[in-house]
Design a protein around this ligand. Structure first.
Ligand SMILES: C[S@@+](CC[C@H](N)C(=O)[O-])C[C@H]1O[C@@H](n2cnc3c(N)ncnc32)[C@H](O)[C@@H]1O
Length: 253
């Protein structure tokens, strides 16, 4: 019988660690980090809390899927060996964390899993841009980004913009849909005091304006209905609904 606590480290600031997570990492059980490339690692170092990270697997395996599979298999082995272990991931374990997704699907006998969540990067990003997600918000993976992911009628956050190649690819796709001049935001280290950065930029400058790293996202505001110059299929459906309604056009009913 083994147990894995999956813990969320929050967006990066030590102040955003939850008390539940802090108590668990201090429990004396072994701590495994998906990556130590995250500002909250300072907390472990400053408090002499030991941990192991899986960063070496990213260098060892060529495909991401092999990295995730390796980590999951290793965690299960370590849980069997030590009975209880902690597995820590950035942000919330339930937002864009492939290893957690795979782990939760494992129907391993004698393996118990408990999640202590953390704040996702989404919260500080919406605070930075001052938008309420109730108006519509889509989260898109920047690595597998394509035209069909885009919805111009809602705000979009593109994640995993971790290097220049990914940023340039996103820029090309965005400029096809929104045009080169449309203003988006490059966001770095949201929620991390002293490090957070929000850079408004026309799409054509997106991959030239600031640093790009493991805490970089792109925010794309939805297209304003009044000054709209571009349209999606949803707009055509809206127009058809108006035309075919009682108050619509007599020829379209
Ligand atoms: C694999 S996802 C993990 C998200 C994490 N589980 C969460 O809930 O925050 C990693 C991506 O999230 C985004 N990200 C994470 N923390 C961020 C932060 N503090 N500021 C901006 N973007 C962040 C970046 O796009 C990064 O490449």
């Amino acid at each position: 019988m083994g147990k894995i606590y999956i813990l969320g480290l929050g967006p990066g600031d030590v102040d955003s660690l939850t008390i539940g997570v802090v108590n668990r990492v201090k429990s004396g059980d072994k701590n495994y980090l998906r990556t130590e490339n995250h500002p909250t690692v300072e907390y472990f170092k400053n408090n002499n809390i030991s941990y192991k990270s899986y960063d070496y697997v990213y260098e060892k395996e060529e495909q991401f899927i092999d990295v995730y599979q390796y980590i999951v298999d290793d965690l299960i082995e370590r849980a069997k060996e030590y009975k209880v272990i902690n597995y820590l991931v950035p942000g919330s374990p339930l937002v864009a964390e492939k290893t957690v997704e795979i782990l939760l699907k494992k129907e391993e006998e004698n393996l118990e899993i408990e999640i202590l969540t953390g704040m996702s990067f989404i919260e500080p990003v919406i605070q930075l841009v001052g938008r309420d997600p109730v108006e519509g918000l889509k989260i898109i993976d920047g690595v597998e980004f394509s035209f069909s992911d885009i919805d111009i009628n809602v705000d979009c956050i593109v994640t995993q913009v971790y290097n220049m190649r990914v940023a340039s690819n996103i820029k090309l796709i965005l400029s096809e849909v929104y045009g080169d001049e449309y203003e988006v935001y490059l966001i770095n280290s949201a929620g991390v005091k002293g490090q957070e950065e929000i850079l408004p930029t026309p799409i054509y400058d997106l991959d030239r304006i600031g640093k790009i790293g493991c805490l970089t996202s792109i925010f794309i505001p939805r297209v304003d209905k009044i000054s709209k110059k571009i349209y999606s299929i949803a707009d055509i459906i809206d127009t058809m609904e108006i035309l075919r309604s009682d108050k619509g056009c007599p020829w379209d009913r």
